[in-house]
Design a protein around this ligand. Structure first.
Ligand code: CAA
Ligand code: NAP
Length: 248
């Protein structure tokens, strides 16, 4: 397909575990994929690995927890690649501890990176989407934003906040051909989850009816589904993907 006709997808936190899988699957599905990264150290290596695997994916530097940095990055993408049709708000961090021990910066860093980033990026792509009467906004939340998790008051608050954002914005832009949805993954095998102490993680996996961690490709598949043209009547929704860990 001619690159000029492809839908452009921006994945934030592209070089992470889930971001990488999303970029590959979106590329395989025929999207023009651009990724965001924060730390330069990984970027070149990541791009080379992608290229060796047959994936031509441009990376753009930006700190999504910062409004101006996110805006600058999106401006650069739109002037060099083209307008962003689909935004996947995927970048995120954990700073786990019980609230009693939580440092003030661990609260703010998580809220800024996991929740304020959604505002910071969406705000900059939305006017163009409204003008073009098409858009897909996909917010990567978490099972722990649905049900809470011991040691994650900051993370669960940010991820739960995404649901309110999704539902409200979905109503505001429904008539502009833009859908806004949330995906809530359970525990997926990436560096983020592998940082959980092994003993604690074993206990968590034991509570998953499927008895295993999720695969990054499984979440990537759902992202592609929501990014597709055919899901135009799905908006304000949340998709759980957690192996049965949280059913309601
Ligand atoms: N429920 C109830 N009590 C618990 C508990 C739990 N889940 N976990 C620990 N406790 C209790 C302990 O038994 C202990 O009790 P006592 O003092 O009576 O012995 C007390 O809490 C303190 O436990 P720790 O010494 O382990 O506490 P800590 O402060 O050193 O560590 C923690 C706490 C950092 C939260 C650690 O338990 C941890 O890392 N937990 C995992 C949190 C988690 O699931 N994070 C997910 C990261 S991945 C991700 O976020 C992706 C996603 O979206 C799914
Ligand atoms: P990961 O491998 O740690 O990747 C996270 C990515 O986010 C990294 O590329 C990281 O870049 C990037 N990032 C962090 N802060 C950023 C910032 N300020 N600006 C730009 N990029 C930033 O984790 P993951 O498991 O793939 O997680 C991806 C998303 O899925 C997160 O939002 C996470 O909360 C969510 N999620 C994960 C799971 C899971 O089980 N893995 C479950 C539910 C939800 P650097 O490497 O440069 O820091």
């Amino acid at each position: 397909m001619d690159n000029n006709k492809k839908r452009i997808v921006l994945v934030t936190g592209a070089t992470g575990g889930l971001g990488t899988a999303m970029c590959k699957k979106l590329y395989d599905d025929g999207f023009l994929v651009v990724g965001n990264f924060r730390s330069s150290s990984k970027a070149e290596e990541w791009k080379n690995e992608m290229k060796n695997g047959g994936y031509e994916i441009e990376l753009f530097k930006g700190d999504v927890s910062d409004f101006d940095s996110a805006g600058q990055m999106i401006k650069e993408i739109e002037s060099t690649v083209g307008p962003v049709d689909t935004l996947v708000n995927n970048a995120g961090i954990t700073r786990d501890s019980r609230l009693i021990n939580m440092k003030r910066e661990d609260w703010y860093e998580v809220i800024n990176t996991n929740l304020n980033s959604v505002f910071n990026c969406t705000k900059h792509v939305l006017p163009g989407m409204i003008e073009r009467k098409f858009g897909r906004i996909i917010n990567i939340s978490s099972v722990n934003g649905q049900r809470g998790q011991f040691g994650q008051t900051n993370y669960s608050a940010a991820k739960a906040g995404m649901h309110g954002f999704t539902k409200s914005l979905a109503m505001e832009v429904a008539k502009s051909g833009i859908t806004v949805n949330t995906i809530s993954p359970g525990y997926i095998a990436t560096d983020m989850v592998m940082a959980v102490p092994a003993k604690v993680l074993d206990q968590i996996v034991a509570q998953v009816p499927m008895g295993r961690l999720g695969g990054t490709w499984e979440v990537a598949h759902l992202v592609c589904f929501l990014a597709s043209e055919e899901t135009s009547f799905i908006t304000g929704a949340n998709y759980s993907i957690n192996g049965g860990q949280h059913v309601y």
